[in-house]
Design a protein around this ligand. Structure first.
Ligand SMILES: [Zn+2]
Length: 477
């Protein structure tokens, strides 16, 4: 098997050398050597040309897909600057000890036995700080033959399957490439804005910041940073009034863009994607965004100034939200729907429920048939689950209603979205200026700071008043 892979790699490299790619291969080779072992060359001794081959394919494909707006050398340089570590199989003890995920070294037992098992990573891109505090990304493709001592099988990539390796690494490299560092002076739009009770942060920021760290970010780091880092078109939502400690990650449309680009590269290379069902809805939406704006330009923007795409989507109103978060809220529904299909009752019952849902989807279900279905499922769950209470029942009921209505929700979604995209494109090309519905709702940072100050003062006033009252009370005593 492994011999097979080495042969494929060597043959392909030879073919590339003979078809005008010799110069770019030499350029890549010099970069790989300069990494001093921080980038693996291949999976084993006999496949040492693998990284060289894949990087050549990826860079050339992006050049072609962007119609030379992004040169192959630009792609290689950006990856060389941003990707500090590249591993096949697993991380290397000692050499990679400084790379941390969730505060755990990736070479530690805890990362392997907990993080990897919980999140089921087949591959992983992790941001970390290199010696001189420069932020770098580590990319790893795990070997699918790893097991824990207790026999638990770990997720990974089949290293005898070149298509699987390609698709995975193209996806992860796009996660590296989608990081866009934009100088503050080049930023025209706000990157923190409020809409209703929600505050959206468009910059790349860890979702597990505490409230104090978040405030510190806005007060100090954000205001003093010369440049702002974006991660594709991911954003974070916080409800400062109601639930300041909860973060909603809006990263699934971005995930779709990453996956969509990796599939375009696969097509360009002439290889096939083996699991088109993965992220399929996300990719559908990403494709809509990219093709509506023009594929070549979108590719360039996504990989160099993704904030531009965020701000275009955010300046468009749809159903009381901005377009980016309207789409993201729809996508965030999907895990619930999927969860429902692999749930609670036994396999036979599950199939029965699934079939009933399919039946309901085919027709326009009446209120009665909906209620009948919901009762049917809830009775089943009650029969096997002792601690199923009233609260669970109402959650399940809402969930089931959403499952039944899903086709309607989706078709409505696409109708709304399809209407909006021509507008976005016209606006981008300057054909038509729509009044950004958010304009009046967008707060500049100064305003946010001012409002925070006001809030702070009000709070102080209230506290003083409270103390005054207390004093009076004390006096009375
Ligand atoms: Zn991904």
């Amino acid at each position: 098997m492994e011999e097979d892979l080495s042969k494929k790699v060597n043959d392909t490299l030879l073919k590339y050398e003979n078809t005008g790619k010799k110069e770019i291969l030499e350029y890549i080779n010099a970069i790989i050597l300069s990494k001093n072992g921080k980038w693996d060359l291949g999976i084993n001794e006999s496949s040492q040309g693998l990284t060289k081959m894949l990087l050549c394919e990826y860079a050339m494909a992006i050049e072609n897909l962007s119609n030379v707006q992004l040169k192959a050398k630009f792609v290689i340089d950006k990856l060389a600057n941003q990707m500090g570590t590249l591993r096949y199989g697993d991380f290397k003890k000692k050499q990679d000890d400084n790379i941390k995920y969730d505060k755990n070294a990736v070479t530690s037992n805890k990362y392997t036995t907990q993080c990897r098992v919980e999140s089921n990573f087949g591959a992983h891109t992790i941001s970390y700080e290199e010696n001189d505090k420069i932020q770098q990304d580590a990319v790893v493709l795990f070997d699918d033959k790893q097991t824990l001592k207790d026999g638990t099988k770990l997720s990974g990539i089949d290293f005898s399957n070149l298509s699987d390796i390609r698709h995975t690494i193209f996806h992860e490299w796009t996660h590296v490439m989608e990081k866009c560092l934009v100088e503050r002076k080049d930023l025209k739009e706000n990157i923190i804005y409020r809409q209703g009770n929600s505050t959206y942060i468009n910059s790349l920021l860890s979702a597990d910041l505490t409230m104090n760290e978040y405030q510190n970010y806005i007060d100090n780091i954000f205001l003093s940073n010369e440049a702002i880092l974006f991660g594709g078109i991911s954003t974070i939502e916080i409800n400062l009034e109601k639930n300041p400690n909860k973060r909603i990650m809006h990263n699934q449309i971005s995930e779709g863009c990453t996956e969509y680009i990796s599939r375009l590269v696969m097509e360009e290379v002439g290889d096939t994607v083996e699991h088109p069902e993965r992220y399929s809805k996300q990719v559908e939406i990403a494709k809509k965004v990219f093709t509506s704006r023009g594929l070549e330009d979108s590719l360039k923007d996504y990989l160099t100034c993704s904030n531009k795409i965020i701000s275009e989507l955010e300046s468009c109103s749809i159903d009381g939200k901005d377009l980016l978060h309207y789409m993201s809220d729809f996508i965030n529904l999907l895990p619930n729907i999927n969860e429902f299909f692999k749930n609670k009752v036994d396999d036979k019952k599950n199939d029965e429920i699934k079939n009933k849902v399919m039946e309901l989807w085919k027709t326009n279900p009446t209120q009665k048939s909906k209620v009948d279905f919901i009762n049917f499922v809830i009775e089943d769950i009650k029969a096997i689950s002792m601690d199923f209470n009233e609260k669970d029942e109402s959650i399940t009921e809402n969930m089931l209603n959403m499952v039944i209505d899903y086709p309607k929700i989706e078709s409505n979604f696409w109708q709304m979205v399809n209407e909006k995209f021509p507008v976005i494109n016209d606006q981008r090309l300057g054909k038509e200026t729509i009044i950004g519905f958010l304009k009046e709702k967008v707060y500049s940072l100064d305003e946010i700071a001012k409002k925070d100050l006001e809030r702070e003062q009000n709070r102080n006033n209230e506290e003083t008043r409270e103390q005054d009252n207390k004093k009076k009370f004390d006096f009375g005593k």
